[in-house]
Write a protein that binds this ligand. Structure first.
Ligand code: GUN
Ligand code: FE
Length: 427
């Protein structure tokens, strides 16, 4: 058994009471085994936190690692034109190496900015290579190949037959679900209704039940997308997903901006989960999601940067601030307070992934997915009694992340990502 001890930290537990403690935490193998003042533990590795802030690692519930290399190619288009003119041709041009390096580069950026779990969506081909990069990086991840067996203007290279899309997904699932000590999971990723036949979606429904895995898709991101779904299927997005039996607790919807009351009711009543992507929603001019209302309804809402072309740096600190700002400017200063936003970035993400017993907070028995922040750089006042939640949400940046552990392993220390060699990625 390997034991690690982190000493003298200011621990933002993100437990049910959002308690902040001063003290030590012990990690036995990959699990938090003790929390307290002056723990008397024989440890193989001791990290002296010296008053640094220990937080649960961030959980990003919507990422496209395969798009990391596409940054800066499509900065002023709306969703459908952006996909047709830029993203789909670029995804069609991907090969094994470019998928691998795109993923590795994205994973390095995510770890550097304190993210320890992602829900990822790949492209049609070469997803095997993204999984290899995930495995090497040490990231906790749910990922899957994107599924696209339908739709206009999809490049030939991305067009799939229904059977083959389902079969390839199951092949990847059987190879990767539960890999790396359970750190890697498979998730079915039908891209969005616009790119999927009903037959494919029904196949995904049945297979996700059979294998007990998540379904990750985009829904109601953009008004043109909604119009396409209504024209073809005669229903709003979420109503259609419910109609074919996909609206269940294992369904995770990215964006979900333009939900009407019926759709919100379906999401709430069926236990469907939502991912908010504020940077992407603003950059693609998609709209403002109804996050405060969804939270009031008891719906689990996580946060994700989306692909790198949408948020540009995959940085949860930026996404947290945008989550707060975009609501405050519309609904006033108290509508999304810092505690709520930090919960969305940690426990909220865990709830979206159905992993609230395993990750999202610093509590004995939970997996050791942690980030240590050095906040001394930018505030002269050595006062952790000032509102630490506000400091983390409004003032911290990824440059303040010093050390990151995932599954009890140190994946970054002294601001160096140990598991991802940047020189190799950029060769
Ligand atoms: N909807 C369907 N595909 C995509 C994608 O790649 N990115 C975003 N933001 N929305 C999508
Ligand atoms: Fe997306």
């Amino acid at each position: 058994m390997a034991t690690k001890l982190i000493r003298n930290a200011v621990i933002m537990t993100m437990n049910a009471g959002n308690e902040v403690l001063k003290g030590d935490i012990a990690i036995t193998d990959n699990v938090i085994s003790a929390i307290g003042a002056n723990l008397d533990v024989q440890a193989d590795v001791v990290i002296d936190a010296g008053g640094k802030v220990l937080l649960p690692g961030f959980i990003q519930t919507h990422i496209h690692l395969c798009q990391t290399l596409f940054r800066g190619r499509a900065d002023d288009l709306a969703l459908i034109d952006w996909l047709r003119q830029k993203i789909w041709p670029l995804e069609a041009a991907h090969d094994e190496d470019s998928v691998y390096y795109s993923a590795l580069l994205g994973l390095g950026e995510l770890i550097r900015s304190g993210t320890t779990t992602i829900l990822d969506m790949e492209t049609v081909h070469h997803t095997e290579y993204a999984f290899r990069a995930i495995e090497e990086s040490g990231m906790r991840a749910l990922s899957g190949k994107v599924m696209m067996d339908h739709g206009t203007e999809v490049p030939l290279a991305l067009q799939e037959e229904t059977d083959s899309s389902l079969r390839q997904s199951v092949d990847l699932l059987e190879r990767w679900h539960g890999a790396a000590n359970g750190r890697i999971q498979y998730a079915f990723c039908p891209r969005f209704v616009v790119s999927c036949t009903e037959e494919l979606l029904i196949g995904v429904r049945d297979l996700s039940e059979q294998y007990k895995v998540k379904v990750h898709t985009h829904a109601s991101e953009n008004l043109d997308e909604i119009a396409l779904v209504e024209a073809e299927r005669g229903m709003r997005n979420v109503v259609y997903l419910d109609h074919i039996g996909l609206a269940k607790p294992n369904l995770i919807l990215a964006h979900s901006i333009w939900l009407n009351d019926e759709e919100k009711g379906i999401i709430r009543d069926r236990g469907v989960k939502v991912t908010h992507c504020p940077g992407s929603n603003m950059k693609l001019a998609s709209g403002v999601a109804q996050v405060p209302e969804l939270l009031r309804e008891g719906i689990a809402v996580g946060i994700g940067a989306d692909g790198a072309p949408c948020n540009n740096n995959l940085d949860m600190f930026q996404e947290m601030r945008l989550t707060a700002f975009i609501q405050k400017i519309q609904h006033g200063p108290t509508v999304m307070d810092a505690r709520t936003v930090l919960r969305m970035a940690t426990m909220g993400g865990a709830e979206v992934l159905g992993m609230e017993k395993e990750i999202g907070s610093i509590e004995v028995g939970k997996l050791a997915d942690l980030q240590l922040l050095d906040l001394e750089d930018f505030h002269a006042y050595p006062s952790y009694d000032a509102d630490l939640f506000s400091r983390v949400v409004y003032a911290a940046t990824r440059g303040d992340v010093d050390t990151v552990l995932i599954d009890g392993e140190i994946v970054m220390q002294g601001k160096i990502v140990r598991t991802v060699d940047r020189k190799r990625v950029l060769k």
